[in-house]
Design a protein around this ligand. Structure first.
Ligand code: AOF
Ligand code: ZN
Length: 351
């Protein structure tokens, strides 16, 4: 690693302090360095709060900042959002050189911050540990590049590729695997299930991670079956938002608690749900099933990643089969044991 890379690594490490706190904003880290000395580190502490660059810069005096180098994991912004533009602060601070990890994929920002700094006569270096910097915010990057959320399908299946027994709630995975699921949910901004799963399993869809922005719990209930199940945890617990997507008008007329929002769908297409999520800035979705929902995603060619928990159990002839994926191979599969349950994760080839 050369000096610039080593300093960028410090900024990347600082960015990670914001994990689970920045929600729809990226995790960003910054370091101010002069004469080989790290003078200040900063990171984006929370969604809506001060940007990483400002957090680092504001720790220092004008003398310290004069002629210093700023390392930042993401291109500095040049627009007024919830925060003022960092580009102006950097210029005003008389920083001489700015080293950037990832160019911002956000259309409002991309390239503009770099151009503004250069116009002001600041030396700008881009692409230092760019992949590592982008890996801080894979869903943010994907969302702004593809204008739709990253979609992970998650299933728990038996050795005979069954999900459950008809109409029953059963647990296939080991407790260690269940713990992992509760943890990995926290990486996503939305968790989606079908009405059948909501009614039979009555899940809470919570995470073990304490965050001011828990994932939004979402249910697709085209026919409005939830009207007859108002006591489900998702509809009563008030601990995280719940969104219901439906084509049934009566569902919207029901008096739901404040955490429940009903979204009317003009048609029954999954793509309409995804379009709505995109409009809401939801960058990532964890689809927990059941079978019909996974099948619909698969048939629509939607889904970037598949996570399968495979348990050493057989459910026999009565078992409800898992969804039928298209033929293909997982991209870059990885395998991990959680107790007796194997977690197989990889990218989905959508052709
Ligand atoms: C952050 N934190 O440290 C940096 C960001 O609404 P705003 O004003 O907070 O702007 C959000 C955008 O600002 C974000 O999408 C990204 O393009 C840019 N940089 N954002 O939340 C930071 N440096
Ligand atoms: Zn900024």
């Amino acid at each position: 690693m050369n000096h610039d890379q080593a300093m960028m690594q410090l900024a990347i490490n600082a960015a990670k302090e914001g994990r689970f706190l920045t929600w729809q904003n990226p995790m960003v880290g910054a370091a101010v360095v002069k004469d080989g000395h790290v003078l200040a580190l900063g990171h984006h502490v929370k969604y809506g709060a001060v940007h990483a660059e400002r957090n680092a810069i504001e720790k220092l005096t004008p003398e310290q900042l004069f002629n210093a180098t700023l390392y930042v994991t993401l291109e500095p912004c040049n627009h007024q959002g919830k925060q003022p533009p960092c580009s102006e602060l950097i210029i005003h601070s008389k920083i001489k050189r700015v080293v950037i990890g990832q160019t911002d994929p956000h259309a409002l920002v991309t390239g503009k911050g770099i151009a503004r700094l250069k116009t002001a006569g600041i030396e700008v270096v881009t692409g230092v540990l760019a992949d590592q910097a982008a890996a801080l915010n894979p869903f943010y990057t994907y969302f702004f590049q593809h204008h739709q959320p990253w979609i992970t399908l998650k299933q728990a299946i038996s050795l005979d590729l069954k999900l459950s027994l008809p109409g029953q709630r059963i647990t296939l995975s080991s407790s260690a695997a269940l713990k992992q699921v509760h943890f990995e949910r926290a990486n996503y901004q939305g968790i989606l299930i079908g009405s059948e799963t909501a009614i039979i399993d009555d899940p809470s869809l919570l995470t073990t991670v304490k965050s001011p922005f828990p994932p939004i719990r979402m249910i697709i209930d085209r026919r409005g079956r939830l009207r007859n199940h108002p006591n489900l945890k998702l509809l009563t617990d008030g601990v995280a938002p719940t969104w219901i997507f439906t084509q049934n008008n009566q569902l919207g007329n029901h008096q739901w608690p404040a955490h429940v929002k009903v979204i009317s769908l003009a048609d029954g297409q999954l793509s309409s749900v995804i379009d709505y999520l995109t409009d809401q800035g939801i960058q990532s979705l964890y689809v927990e099933g059941g079978r019909r929902l996974h099948q619909a995603f698969c048939d629509a060619g939607l889904g970037n990643e598949l996570i399968t928990y495979l348990a050493p159990v057989t459910l026999g002839a009565n078992g409800v089969p898992a969804y039928q994926p298209k033929a293909g191979q997982l991209i870059k599969p990885s395998y991990q044991f959680f107790g007796n349950t194997i977690r197989i994760q990889g990218g989905i080839q959508n052709v």
